[in-house]
Design a protein around this ligand. Structure first.
Ligand SMILES: *Cc1c(COP(=O)(O)O)cnc(C)c1O
Length: 253
């Protein structure tokens, strides 16, 4: 068992307060709608392990990370009952390292059948006794070339079919994820069309497969709108942890 990560009390006070503030805003928006409560995923990418330990001691158990190597290192240093969510761009050659992390609970950015099969195989080989990895299919709702995610109906249905089939017991279907376009997320007061597109995909899939997929949409800039439009989870980094350092200056310890 690794030694507990230490932290300073000033950072503890400000970070806990910031988390509570964001959580309260989300609960307020969430209570205003009729459906289930919204989960808050704390996005800790490029932030030190001590920040995660602070929120862990504050009761938080779910954290989102974008880089495989960083997630692997943090998972080794931090408590094993954390449920890690991978939310970064997924590369085929990193699927194995990711699937080896025992307490990896979710991959929210699954965007190809090839990667799904790699993950299933690696999980079965290295962590057969751990829970299956819950996968959210990333959908490119904004039609921007630089965004990853699926757009083609046949490919999306094929992926859902693979994830719900009994043969793949090490990866299972969780839901759908999208990153809304920056322009759309900064237009206040209107319905976010990227989020509407994701909701339409949910309706199509649930109808065809008899499923009840969850939705992961909304970040610091656009989470209120995502909650109004029916998300199950929002992914918040900056509003909780503050501005991130550039990648080459980020330190885990
Ligand atoms: C970084 C990131 C977030 C958090 O973004 P903030 O704007 O800092 O809240 C959420 N989702 C994904 C996919 C990210 O990469």
């Amino acid at each position: 068992m690794s030694k507990k990560i230490s932290y300073d009390s000033q950072r503890q006070a400000s970070l806990s307060q910031q988390f509570d503030h964001v959580k309260a805003m989300i609960d307020t928006e969430s209570n205003a709608r009729a459906t289930e409560p919204v989960s808050l995923l704390a996005v800790s990418k490029l932030k030190p392990a001590s920040d995660i330990q602070i929120l862990y001691d504050h009761g938080v158990r779910e954290f989102g990370e974008n880089y495989v190597q960083e997630l692997v290192e943090k998972a080794e240093l931090l408590p094993s009952d954390i449920k890690w969510h991978f939310i970064g761009g997924l590369q085929t050659n990193k699927c194995k390292d990711l699937a080896k992390v025992p307490n990896l609970a979710y991959i929210e950015t699954l965007d190809s059948l090839k990667k799904a099969k790699k993950l299933n195989e690696a999980r079965g080989n290295y962590q057969p006794d751990q829970p299956a990895i819950k996968c959210d299919i990333q959908i490119n709702t904004s039609d921007e070339n630089q965004k990853s995610g699926l757009q083609d109906e046949n490919e999306i249905f094929e992926m859902v079919q693979y994830l719900v089939s009994d043969e793949n017991k090490y990866v299972t279907l969780s839901g759908l994820m999208t990153i809304g376009s920056w322009d759309v997320s900064h237009t206040e007061g209107e319905e976010n069309k990227d989020f509407s597109t994701l909701v339409q995909w949910k309706q199509k899939i649930d109808e065809k497969f008899g499923s009840k997929v969850r939705l992961s949409m909304g970040m610091s800039a656009d989470f209120k709108q995502a909650i109004k439009q029916g998300t199950s989870e929002v992914r918040i980094g900056t509003d909780i942890f503050g501005v991130r350092p550039p990648k080459d200056q980020a330190k885990i310890l």
